[in-house]
Design a protein around this ligand. Sequence first.
Ligand code: UDP
Length: 486
Amino acid sequence: SPASARPHVLLLCSPCMGHLIPFAELARRLVADHGLAATLLFAAATDAPSEQYAALASSVPDGVDLVSLPAPPADALPPSTPVRERVLHAALSAVPHVRDTARSLASTSPIAALVVDMASVPARDVAVELGVPCYMFFTSPWMLLSLFLHLPELDAGLVGEYRDATEPIRLPGCVPIHARELPGSLLADRSSETYAGFLSLAKDAARVDGILVNTFRELEPAVGEVGTNCVKVPPVHAIGPLVWTRPVAGGVNQDHARLITWLDQQARGSVVFLSFGSGGTLTWRQTTELALALEATGRPFIWAAKRPHEDTADGAFFGTGRGGDDDDDPLGFLPRGFVERTSGVGLVLLSWAPQTAILAHAAVGCFVTHCGWNSSLESILNGVPMVAWPLYAEQKMNAAMLEARAGVAARVNAAGPGNGGGFVSKEEIVSVIRRVMDGDEATMMKRRIGELGDRATRALTMDGSSNLALAKVTDVWKSSTSSDEK
Ligand code: UDP
């Protein structure tokens, strides 16, 4: 059927690159494989698009309409407002724009559903007004979703603070979650606004008509299972792993081509790739220590580096943390002589790295990652074992699952203060990279992640678990729009 007559899915994503990337892939699949039309709305937090957003926007999938909504006024929030609150504010400010877009779309083609992310659930009102289902697309693992869905119950039963709990939280089918692995918002005082906001998000999350999760059954077999006493839980569908599948902005630009040529010259499985996601930053001292560790390994490496940030582990969240803006030398944050000494052996990238292309290259043998969920899924799909170096959000839970349950990662041991939960010494970095790349443990890890990657790929094929789950949902959406027309 012509695209204009197809039932339309409206997707709304808060200003998080880690959400927008799987949203774009979901939109692509809805259009390419499920006979729907898709408009993807991005609730921008700032007027000037980040380099990251521009990278994504320039290679948006065919048939997907990506629209950046107007950002809230720059002075709406005090400069010290934390990232989380900025994200929620942008998502809330987007609601009237979503309503306008929905109304104008509805005049030309039937709207089949509204799909929101965790932060943009307030837009559910628009779906209610239109009489269409509102689904959440949860871009983190089931384990975190399960924690959210159980939160009201946990909260009611808890005495004191989460951070002081001596017993781990045990969710059905998930690895036990120790206090030190909880997301930051849960570690805040329970009397704080941060915690209250989080709890109310968790309650809202349970009010949608269905939840799509970016995971796959073969990785998280308990997906959808909740404890018996739990509050109402909407139907949960594992539809992942949805990751970036297209060339990044100017994908085949010269730098990219040079990078791949360099990788072509490296031995199979020899290269260490390091990236801490779209927002992750290390302190100055940690950046120096990591650089010295890389030098000490003598292994070839590609490091998607960011300018250090002392205060927060998510200091580059809105894409402002790259390079040096008050420095003549953009690599000036690295130890003196590091670039010269490692020239030919390692590459330091300051701009948005073509991460999926790098991970897909046979030369890459280890991914040092902050365990953002997209990065974790990309590593799994490409069969690259990980050094897990979690920094913020739910990354410590992801790291625990990847190491203890899936057996495809080794966690760094952090001791002493540092952002994201501790300083990691040079000796520790060198040793954990060795664990992932050499010896029997490394061989096992490589085998397990190869098998898991195969299962991930299979989940997405026509008859795979994730594709069937999405097809079931889209069938419901489509049938409700066709009966509306009768
Ligand atoms: N990414 C990239 N180039 C970079 C940094 C990140 O392509 O230089 C992509 C990466 O492949 C992943 C996403 O950005 O798809 C980061 O998402 P993730 O969930 O891993 O972490 P977050 O950025 O949300 O912390």
